[in-house]
Ligand binder design. Structure first.
Ligand code: NAD
Length: 302
């Protein structure tokens, strides 16, 4: 049993806490926002219920997770600290500086950054060798994958230790050789999002059609056979011919009018009731439920 401290109890922080509790660990969560901290318990129970956790086990899991009112309280009782604060370099730097004043130099620190450079996240740290990128996927208690990567100054013993712990929890751990923005998963994901926006901008289809294509073809295929295996399966010569023909026409855009247009009208997506698609009342909850149950239904062995 390891004692984890999580800084930031938002979407990822509370989800990571659930994933760690499912593996039998103890977790302390600190959030700068008292309202977020006050709702922690309720959000954790809801996540456990969405996983069909037997009612008798819900109490046992929640008892493993406690809230800390201050950072000083959090560090008193932990072996590893995870930062899950917003994806802003200045916020991460400020949190890591405050943390390092309070913990011993040997304590591992994991950053859940999605797309920042780990080397930049660790830039002002007193002990950057302990900072490991440990990128969970939402919902962390459902999705098996965790991506682990070092910053330029990370001591590889901390990386190995993180991989061993995650493997011990039954996660599918992949270890990157070096720091790269977006790890592997988000680079693949946003290459695809960029192309989807390009198709909208070219008037090829509407946003709902993109989702239908993805959910009824590639989403299914890629959960069974990954794109590298598929390239071999159809043949590298055919893969090469397709790329020769298609690659010059794929988007390399760095501006995104298909997003800017709704954003300038105040349409941010689910939170504002509309974005690329309409979001009637109740749709957010339905999608959260579908995300958890749909992924669990499709889980395959790595
Ligand atoms: N949302 C996702 O799907 C996802 C997936 C993987 C990784 N991530 C990454 O995880 C991190 C957190 O993302 P999130 O989606 O949970 O964000 P979130 O906004 O839901 O949660 C962040 C929490 O940090 C708290 N916070 C802000 N400043 C703080 C401080 N100084 N001290 C303590 N708490 C503070 C906020 O009150 C908030 O509750 C980001 O780096 C993000 O890129 C997100």
């Amino acid at each position: 049993m390891t004692r984890f401290g999580i800084i930031g109890g938002g979407l990822m922080g509370h989800g990571i806490a659930v994933a760690l509790a499912q593996a039998g660990h103890r977790i302390v969560v600190y959030d700068a926002d008292p309202v977020t901290l006050a709702s922690l318990d309720e959000r954790i129970v809801r996540a456990l219920e969405r996983c069909d956790t037997p009612p008798g086990d819900v109490g046992m899991m929640t008892a493993r997770i406690t809230a800390a009112k201050t950072l000083a309280d959090l560090v008193l009782r932990v072996d590893v600290v995870i930062e899950a604060v917003p994806e802003r370099l200045d916020v991460k730097h400020q949190v890591l500086a405050a943390l390092e004043e309070k913990i011993p130099a040997v304590m591992p620190v994991w950053s859940n950054t999605s797309v920042l450079s780990l080397t930049e996240v660790a830039k002002d740290m007193r002990h950057p060798q302990r900072l490991v990128g440990v990128h969970w996927w939402n919902p962390p208690y459902v999705i098996p994958l965790v991506e682990v990567a070092p910053g330029a100054e990370t001591d590889h013993r901390f990386v190995q230790e993180a991989c061993d712990m995650l493997d011990g929890m039954g996660k599918t751990t992949v270890r990157l050789h070096r720091d790269v923005r977006g790890f592997i998963g988000n680079r693949l994901q946003f290459a695809l999002v960029r192309e989807a926006l390009h198709l909208l901008e070219q008037g090829v289809c509407d946003p709902g059609t993109i989702d239908t294509v993805m959910r009824t073809s590639l989403g299914l295929r890629w959960s069974a056979v990954g794109p590298m295996e598929n390239a071999d399966f159809i043949g590298l010569d055919l893969t090469r011919d397709i790329l020769d023909s298609l690659a010059p026409h794929l988007s390399v855009a760095v501006t995104f009018p298909a997003l800017d247009k709704p954003l300038s009208a105040g349409h941010r997506g689910r939170a504002s009731g509309g974005g690329l698609l309409a979001w009637p009342a109740g749709q957010g909850e339905e999608v959260a439920e579908r995300l958890d149950s749909g992924i669990r239904r499709n889980l395959v062995e790595p």
